[in-house]
Design a protein around this ligand. Structure first.
Ligand SMILES: Cc1ncc(COP(=O)(O)O)c(C=O)c1O
Length: 371
């Protein structure tokens, strides 16, 4: 019996999309980031529902993901944020996918591949304004742009960059990036003589820098319901992925009884230990050992002992009333209590992104509000 399951309520995604849309201008598109299987939520159903809600652009990391998104949203615009390779030019064009170019050599390589295939590839130029990852180096030279714009088989329609930080204590970090981005698009547009589609902000940028919305905002985590923990933030959304597992055994143990590998926990009183049918093989991170929490019978209980491959142990407290077969919420809510991925992330020394994308794809996802 498969014990863990994930429920994804797409009606809440639709609500999140409307809340974002209410804050941005009608001239700004939402480019929804659905890479890594839509942050573990399932790229097909998420893309299909968002597209039905009027989202026109989607962004992914790899071509393979773009093809999955294309199946779900036949008419949407899809941008691959990572550099595609020459063999991917033809399938990208055949599936109406937009690629990024990350430097002049990359642009020329794709241009050559497009010529050989007899196609023209739509592209956006990616500028590194301080992330130190993909893209033309900050202060990119006119010479490098010239080489890119000379690529006759690339139809360059956009320019983008990615924020490394939105740090409220050191605002100059993001402001410097924004200055670099403005210089880059000003130069690029003056060289092409065309207005390019500009996009810059991921979720945190959207929350704090309204003036940087440009032609599209590029949120991921915000539309999955996170990154809005301050009620004064511009957009408030709600999480909609819940992960549930099953209690397999409940047993009475005496005070000081050792729990799990290497006895990292000993019962602090006579208590009941619940053994739950999920572990790190399901994506419940081992760093949650002695730190995680779960909800059982509407009550918050601590994860005790080390997480093992297939089992989690909970200290249910004496006379818990729990029994084998009970539902255990690992991520989500039961009555007034909730444990969302950001809270688990803080406890496990990581972030909601990692908690969500770690959930193993083998765990069945059930969808509410799928189209
Ligand atoms: C280039 C780019 N844009 C946008 C995003 C979305 O970021 P977030 O989920 O923080 O909104 C990512 C995510 O890593 C990204 O790499």
């Amino acid at each position: 019996m498969q014990s863990a399951s994930v429920t994804v309520d797409l009606n809440i995604l639709a609500e999140n999309i409307s809340r974002l849309r209410a804050e941005i201008s009608t001239d700004t598109d939402i480019m929804f980031v659905v890479k890594s299987d839509a942050y573990g939520h399932g790229i097909g159903p998420v893309t299909a529902r968002a597209s039905a809600e009027g989202v026109r652009w989607f962004a992914v990391a790899y071509l393979e993901e773009a093809l999955a998104a294309r199946k779900a949203a036949p008419k949407a615009r899809i941008l691959v944020l990572g550099p595609i390779c020459p063999e991917e030019v033809l399938p990208a064009v055949q599936n109406n996918i937009t690629a990024v170019v990350v430097d002049a050599v990359h642009a020329e390589t794709l241009d050559l591949a497009a010529k050989e295939a007899g196609v023209t590839l739509e592209t956006h130029v990616k500028v590194d304004t301080g992330m130190g990852r993909l893209g033309l180096l900050e202060g990119c030279s006119a010479a490098e742009f010239e080489r890119i714009f000379a690529c006759s088989r690339l139809n360059i329609t956009g320019i983008c960059s990615h924020l490394a930080a939105v740090d409220l204590k050191r605002p100059w970090l993001q402001e410097k990036q924004h200055d670099q981005f403005r210089q880059a698009f000003t130069l690029a547009e003056s060289m092409t003589g065309r207005r390019l589609m500009r996009h810059f902000c991921s979720s945190r940028g959207v929350q704090y820098y309204k003036d940087w919305d440009y032609d599209a905002v590029r949120p991921g985590i915000l539309l999955y319901g996170y990154g809005c923990n301050d009620p004064n933030m511009r957009v408030q959304t709600r999480p909609f992925l819940q992960m549930t597992s099953r209690m397999m055994q409940v047993k009475d143990v005496p005070e000081a009884y050792p729990i799990g590998y290497y006895s990292s926990y000993r019962a602090t009183r006579d208590t009941q230990i619940g053994v739950v049918a999920s572990g790190y093989a399901d994506g419940y991170l081992r760093s949650m050992s002695n730190r995680g929490e779960a909800l059982v019978h509407g009550k918050r209980v601590p994860v005790v002992g080390r997480i093992s491959m297939n089992w989690i142990t909970l200290d249910l407290g004496p006379d818990s009333g729990c029994k084998a077969g009970d539902d255990v919420t690992l991520i989500g809510e039961q009555g007034p209590e909730s444990i969302w991925a950001d809270r688990l992330g803080r406890r496990a020394g990581t972030i909601a992104y990692e908690i969500l994308t770690a959930i193993h794809p083998r765990i069945p996802r059930q969808y509410v509000g799928a189209v």
